[in-house]
Design a protein around this ligand. Structure first.
Ligand code: CP
Ligand code: NVA
Length: 299
């Protein structure tokens, strides 16, 4: 039996994603990690992911051990493969937030225990699961909802687009030229029978949407591109006017951390229709659902 890893949402089957969401919604999960460890490596900063994942491990009866990237030294102190093989000797799951997605793939290729992506340059599946938990809590059924993502088609947007494809959520992306889904992304969503529309007109994207979502214009590791990105994303900030084009009962979502006045205006993120802190809190439920699923799943 080999481990099932979760590096992006399409490592799951659609029914497994729904199972994880259902598990996330369970207030009293079984103690499936009783007496077990979960190792969590962070090569980049984290507030929500570290706290949510650690507390999810505790909620399932296990013991989390968080490590900073520089103390583990992936590919400096020892290879990614050796880190994974060694940590698997202590832990039931290895979670990692990495600079390069390829590092996760290398760890997953050799790890006898599940490897969980806690954010990479390409994907953020734990965030997407929390986003679906939030949408389901607010709207009930997911199928038929329309989510408008305005901004950079990055790690967060890519995983959310796949999660939307799996759950029949209509996903509309508005990005400036050069920052939207690539042809590879479009093909990937199409192969999953996803409903993804791509535009460079934010007002077209938010029209009638049930949720308007954005993320920072300059992700961790892109600081050197800050000036050119700020210029490129001009006109793509979620202002009140853009948000009001959505459905009257629409919610505003953001993975956080956010920069007010840049990708979103304060009156939207701090407004009555913002669900961002409920969404942040749902990271805990989502992590519990994922870890519970991993603990009972073998391929
Ligand atoms: N949304 C998210 O992953 O937040 P952190 O970077 O604080 O973990
Ligand atoms: N796109 C952001 C998400 C942070 C949670 C980043 O990668 O920095």
């Amino acid at each position: 039996m080999s481990a099932r890893h979760l590096l992006d949402i399409d490592d799951l089957r659609p029914a497994e994603l729904v199972d994880i969401i259902t598990k996330a919604e369970e207030p009293s999960p079984p103690q499936v990690l009783q007496g077990k460890g979960v190792g969590l490596i962070f090569e980049k900063a984290s507030g929500r992911t570290r706290n949510a994942t650690e507390m999810a491990v505790v909620g399932l009866g296990g013991h989390p051990v968080s490590m900073r990237g520089d103390e583990v030294g992936i590919d400096t102190r020892e290879t990614a493969e050796d880190v994974a093989r060694a940590l698997a000797g202590y832990h039931a799951v290895i979670g990692a937030r990495v600079k390069s997605h390829a590092v996760l793939e290398r760890m997953a290729a050799v790890s006898p225990v599940p490897v969980l992506n806690l954010l990479s340059d390409l994907a953020h599946p734990c965030q997407a699961i929390a986003d679906l938990v939030t949408l389901r809590a607010r709207f009930g059924a997911l199928a038929g909802l329309r989510v408008a993502y305005v901004g950079d088609f990055n790690n967060v947007a890519r995983s959310l687009a796949i999660a939307a494809a799996f759950t029949a959520v209509d996903f509309v992306v508005a990005s400036p030229p050069g920052y939207g889904p690539t042809p590879v992304d479009v093909d990937r969503i199409a192969s999953l029978n996803g409903l993804m529309t791509v535009t460079d007109r934010p007002l077209d994207a938010t029209k009638g949407a049930h949720a308007v979502y954005t993320d920072v214009w300059i992700s961790m590791g892109q600081e050197g591109e800050a000036d050119e990105r700020r210029r490129a994303f001009e006109g793509f900030n979620v202002s009140s006017g853009l948000f009001e084009n959505a459905d009257a009962k629409a919610i505003f979502l953001h993975c956080l951390p956010a920069i007010r006045g840049e990708e979103v205006d304060a009156e939207v993120i701090d407004g009555l229709q913002s669900a961002v802190f409920e969404q942040a809190a749902n990271r805990l439920a989502a992590a519990r659902g994922v870890l519970w699923w991993m603990a009972e799943t073998r391929s």
